[in-house]
Design a protein around this ligand. Structure first.
Ligand SMILES: Cc1cc2nc3c(=O)[nH]c(=O)nc-3n(C[C@H](O)[C@H](O)[C@H](O)COP(=O)(O)OP(=O)(O)OC[C@H]3O[C@@H](n4cnc5c(N)ncnc54)[C@H](O)[C@@H]3O)c2cc1C
Ligand SMILES: O=P(O)(O)OC[C@H](O)CO
Ligand code: FES
Length: 486
């Protein structure tokens, strides 16, 4: 019998799991994907928002500002790439002045530190590539960028090291109330695609199922919620374009969200997007010609001379937009011990640390779980050769020659890093899982050169037959047959 089952291994579920692992009790995260960070948490703008957008008094406002403030310590302790680059919401000459002032006022009410309006030479000195029509901007020094993969994986690994169980490629199929808690029926899919079912019993459930969170709330509660998948499409540019802007450049927000931004990523690429379109398909993460065509002109409203010839890939993510326009959090009124972390659209990444803290405290208080002695609050990520000095590299290679074998040339990722990704807690078993831990495959050639070599290593180290090595979940095998006998 579990004390808590968390449905969903995205940033929300993993942040909650890490906070839960500070308490005694038996917990488990159930994730349908082959890895944590398989859903929306892997496809977003990667901004830790300052917190001026959300309506004062909302869950979004409170948890965004708190989550943002928690990030410096978390990044330090959990070894997460994070940088306070600051954000600017720009206004062009044709746009009304009130927009920025309203944001400034909301930001002050939400308790965002240091926000102010900048204009003229100061603004141009901060960002020489702003569009010529931009006249002023709301500057938020606490705006930041993060690696969402590292953030989610760090929470998960640290939770695991503190006793949390993770069941991957395991899908919740049914939840029923029973004496003393809930029966959760799951299906486990093996690498060869065979499926087994199991019934798990738990005192409490935390629903962090992203775009599917309405399904599980509505199974156990009469207080129905409705989540629409709101697609956002992006263009990602090569690192040579990374310095085109220094801050995150937003436009004035609209009805569908914060609009198209231009930002440096924490690893030095340039990101342009997202679009915002409601769709019926909760799995619809494909990009579209219309979405991608919309981005260049839209981004040009805020930033000029975008080097769009440097686009290396495009992708899309789905916002879990709840009709009430706020996070749905806490114990369902008519389903004791069933806790929601639902409707977690933007600023969900920024709020995750604070959502984790709040939900875990609620669950622990209700179940009477005591604080755990000896909780380990630090975790070290994969050591990256490219970030070391020449002397440090040589020393590392002397200790372990696998660090001298470069597998991903674009990102300079060594075999040693890939072996680390595979053999660490919740180790990588697919190409995308290796990519999210090491960046192998994220470079300019987008894995054209390194994927066969990573397949080889996964085959050798994990005993996964070549033809069963996958890009991610489901039938995403790379090798589908032989084209000649050897
Ligand atoms: C385009 C876009 C841009 C965004 N930009 C930002 C930003 O810059 N800053 C910010 O703060 N926020 C941003 N967000 C929001 C942020 O990405 C999300 O709030 C956050 O990632 C949500 O995390 P989650 O864990 O709730 O959901 P997810 O990451 O989707 O995780 C849910 C998990 O549940 C699993 N699951 C679902 N059903 C089941 C089941 N039946 N059984 C087992 N597992 C299941 C899924 O596989 C998935 O992995 C953005 C979102 C989008 C779409
Ligand atoms: O478009 P929004 O409001 O969902 O925001 C998404 C990101 O946080 C910013 O791009
Ligand atoms: S070699 Fe790995 S992305 Fe190009």
């Amino acid at each position: 019998m579990y004390d808590v089952i968390v449905i969903g291994g995205g940033v929300t579920g993993c942040a909650i799991a890490r906070e839960l692992s500070k308490f005694e009790g038996k917990g488990c995260v159930i994730e349908a994907g082959d890895d944590v960070c398989s859903g929306t948490s892997k496809a977003n703008s990667a901004i830790i928002h300052a917190g001026f957008d959300a309506a004062p008094g909302s869950n979004k406002a409170r948890l965004n500002v708190r989550g943002n403030a928690m990030m410096d310590e978390l990044a330090e302790k959990l070894d997460i790439s994070f940088r306070r680059n600051g954000s600017l919401v720009v206004r062009t000459a044709e746009q009304p002045e009130e927009g920025l002032r309203q944001l400034l006022e909301k930001g002050r009410q939400n308790g965002v530190p240091g926000i102010r309006i900048v204009a003229g030479e100061e603004l141009r000195a901060m960002e020489p590539n702003l569009a010529d029509t931009v006249v002023e901007a709301l500057y938020a020094p606490t705006g930041a960028i993060v690696c969402p993969f590292e953030m989610t994986i760090a929470f998960a690994e640290n939770a695991y090291e503190n006793g949390m169980e993770f069941r991957l490629e395991t899908t919740v199929k049914e939840i029923e109330k029973e004496e003393g808690g809930y029966c959760v029926r799951v299906e486990k899919r093996a690498a060869d695609q065979t499926v087994t079912t199991e019934e798990l019993h738990t005192k409490a459930v935390v629903n962090a199922a992203g775009v599917y969170a309405d399904v599980w709330n509505n199974r156990v509660s009469e207080n129905k919620i409705h989540i629409t998948a709101r697609k956002g499409e992006y263009l990602l540019l090569d690192k040579v374009a990374g310095n085109h802007v220094q801050h995150t450049i937003f436009q004035l927000p609209g009805k569908m969200g914060k609009g198209v931004l231009v930002t440096q990523t924490v690893h030095g690429n340039l990101l342009v997007g997202p679009t915002a379109k409601d769709i019926d398909d909760k799995e619809g993460v494909n990009t579209t010609p219309e979405g991608l065509d919309y981005l260049p002109d839209s981004a040009a409203v805020s930033v000029k001379n975008l080097p769009l010839r440097q686009v290396i890939t495009s992708f899309a993510g789905l916002r879990a937009h709840e009709d009430g326009d706020d996070f749905v959090l806490g114990e369902a009124a008519d389903a004791p011990n069933f806790y929601n972390a639902a409707g977690i659209e933007s600023p969900g990444l920024s709020s995750a640390p604070a959502i984790g803290e709040e939900i875990a405290a609620e669950v622990a208080a209700k179940l009477g779980l005591q604080k755990k002695e000896g909780f380990k609050d630090t975790r070290k990520g994969v050591q990256h050769l490219a970030e070391l000095s020449m002397e440090q590299r040589n020393e590392l290679i002397r200790q372990n020659p696998a660090y001298g074998n470069i597998i991903c040339r674009c990102e300079m990722i060594s075999e040693g890093e890939i072996l680390d990704a595979i053999h660490r807690p919740i180790g990588a078993r697919s190409l995308d899982a290796v990519k999210r831990r090491t960046r192998a495959g994220m470079g300019r050639c987008q894995s054209g050169f390194c994927s066969p070599r990573v397949i080889d290593i996964l085959n050798r180290e994990c005993g996964i037959p070549m033809e069963q090595v996958r890009k991610n979940s489901g039938a995403s095998n790379f090798i589908v047959g032989k084209n000649k006998e050897i």
